[in-house]
Design a protein. Structure first.
Length: 562
């Protein structure tokens, strides 16, 4: 899918009403359709609010597909504050399926098909499908087809500075947990075959562990010159010096918040059996305990080719393994009391859920991953996953997510995904993103907020949206409209043009140079003292200008002395 237009008719957090963004309505650059949309600007300009709005919109649309009856009306009323219009292009496979279900839509194989979502105050949302070859003809999709018209996945990420973007993803987990449990009776039998995983994932610290396991367990192998198997290390692992996954443990217990036993759906019990078949060793005390709440399953893995092959045989793809681990982790909601779960689902916009959701003791969690060890180049002993730096965690997290989501039709909302990166890694970020979707069939869409001129320099000006706050209002324009060619521009130019920072050093050092520049030099002794005072400064354009001024003053003094 590709987003084409976002029009927010109501005020939304830092965004004023009427803000409108159009994407990919140009033909200036070839092959930039797969490149990320980059939202830039100073702090408080509204770029992160735009990602929050998109997350809230897709959360609302997803809720409409999973709840029924009076709950639908409650949700519509709760979202009456948000009026919007959203247009996005859907993939050919998706519209062909919709056509098969809705044969009154006469779509041709070459059509560029878009879905338009619109919600006015006091009205329900509607999804309209449009054929670009027949723009005057529109067909409204019935609600039973909405799930098929939405993106297959919406992935959210924040470096930690903007926790509000995670709210809709977190709330949706609680709704899906509720629906999940409705389909299980007291015996653990499945009432309905409806164990779908929600399409919205927020990649927090815990999910990073699951992503890492899925990617490394499904890492491809190749033969070296001697014919032995060796792991094919990708660019990300090369940057980190990580050779392989060494070992880890999974712990599953069946005790809920009220000390009652937890009943899992048949699919999850089947998943546990698959995990057992992949384990190096495991224990399950189910047959030796009287009460279900006392059951504990421990699974230990020492990763070698045999363990990797077992995971491939049982789960087929990295995403299918991640999906099962994610579903099991979702069962940790059992450790939260029902009243707290209900408060999460009813929370209003702007509330930080981290302050609202009780954090169960780690020993009360139903599912957890422990003792992840990694093999790093030049290090004899396994390195604990938790010992990695913030930058290493972030690189594994962001690029690992992009790499794993190889299915088509994914929207990524990445809020400052490079904050912990060094300049070298920031300069590689866009290239690494593009390399995760080299297959022609993959149509992902990436929206990134960033303060990094390295990332902006790798984006075409038609894909860079500059947010500015002036007189209490936010405005947005593309770098192309600003006549600023961002692609390949130097970081110094972008720092000045985008972030209004003309100096090439920090403010403290800048004051030192300014003071030296503004001294009243009358003698050679004063000039020599300035040179001595400037010795603490590193090389910069400002320092070069200072010494140029001092040399010119020396020439003037020398001429006077003659």
């Amino acid at each position: 899918m590709k987003l084409l237009k976002l029009h927010i008719k109501s005020e939304f957090r830092g965004l004023n009403s009427g803000i409108s963004l159009e994407f990919r309505n140009h033909s200036y650059y070839e092959n930039d359709d797969k490149e990320p949309i980059c939202l830039v600007g100073l702090n408080g300009s509204g770029k992160s609010n735009t990602l929050e709005a998109l997350a809230e919109i897709f959360y609302y649309l997803e809720l409409k597909t999973i709840v029924s009856g009076s709950q639908k009306e409650k949700i519509d009323k709760r979202f009456d504050f948000l009026q919007f219009q959203l247009s996005y292009r859907i993939t050919s496979l998706k519209w062909k399926y919709l056509f098969s279900r809705h044969p009154s839509i006469p779509l041709s194989a070459e059509a560029l098909v878009t879905v338009n979502c619109s919600k006015q105050k006091g009205e329900n949302v509607s999804l309209i499908i449009t054929d670009s070859q027949k723009p005057d003809q529109k067909w409204e999709l019935p609600e039973e087809l909405w799930k098929e018209a939405l993106p297959d996945k919406v992935i959210g990420y924040s470096s930690g500075q903007n926790e509000l973007i995670s709210n809709p993803f977190t709330k949706l987990n609680f709704y899906y947990f509720q629906e999940f449990q409705k389909n299980i009776d007291a015996s653990g039998s499945e009432v309905e075959a409806n164990t779908e995983l929600n399409r919205m994932f927020f990649m927090d610290y815990d999910s990073n562990e699951l992503i890492l396991l899925a990617n490394f367990l499904f890492a491809t192998n190749e033969k070296d010159i001697s014919g032995d198997e060796k792991e094919k290390v990708n660019d990300v692992n090369n940057l980190l010096g990580i050779k392989a996954l060494h070992s880890f443990r999974i712990r599953i217990q069946f005790r809920a918040h009220d000390d009652k036993g937890v009943i899992l759906a048949p699919e999850l019990n089947l998943g546990i059996e698959k995990l057992k078949r992949c384990a190096t060793s495991w224990s399950d005390n189910e047959g030796s305990v009287k009460r279900k709440r006392d059951r504990i399953v421990l699974l230990d893995y020492y990763v070698d080719v045999g363990v990797q092959n077992a995971f491939r045989n049982e789960f087929k793809t990295a995403y299918e393994l991640f999906r099962m681990l994610y579903l099991l982790r979702m069962m940790n909601i059992h450790a939260i009391a029902p009243k707290s779960r209900a408060r999460v689902q009813e929370v209003t916009l702007g509330t930080n859920l981290n302050d609202l959701i009780p954090q169960p003791d780690i020993d009360r969690l139903i599912f957890k991953v422990e003792s992840i060890g990694l093999v790093k180049k030049g290090v004899k002993e396994p390195v604990p996953y938790k010992h990695l730096s913030d930058g290493e965690h972030q690189l594994l997290h962001v690029l690992g997510t992009l790499k794993m989501m190889q299915e088509n039709d994914v929207l990524f909302l990445l809020d400052e995904p490079e904050t912990h990166f060094n300049p070298e890694w920031r300069a590689k970020m866009v290239r690494l993103i593009l390399e995760t979707q080299e297959e022609e069939y993959i149509e992902h869409d990436h929206f990134i907020t960033s303060h990094s001129p390295f990332i902006i320099s790798d984006c075409k000006p038609t894909n860079v949206y500059y947010f500015e706050k002036a007189n209490g209002k936010r405005t947005v324009k593309t770098a192309h409209e600003m006549r600023l060619n961002t692609f390949g521009a130097s970081v110094n130019q972008l720092t000045e043009e985008i972030f209004n920072k003309t100096e090439s050093q920090g403010e403290y050092a800048g004051k030192t140079i300014k003071e030296l520049m503004e001294r009243d030099y009358k003698t050679q002794k004063e000039i020599n003292q300035a040179k001595e005072d400037a010795r603490v400064l590193g090389d910069s354009a400002e320092k070069a200008l200072l010494f140029r001024k001092l040399l010119m003053l020396e020439d003037e003094i020398e001429k006077k002395d003659k």
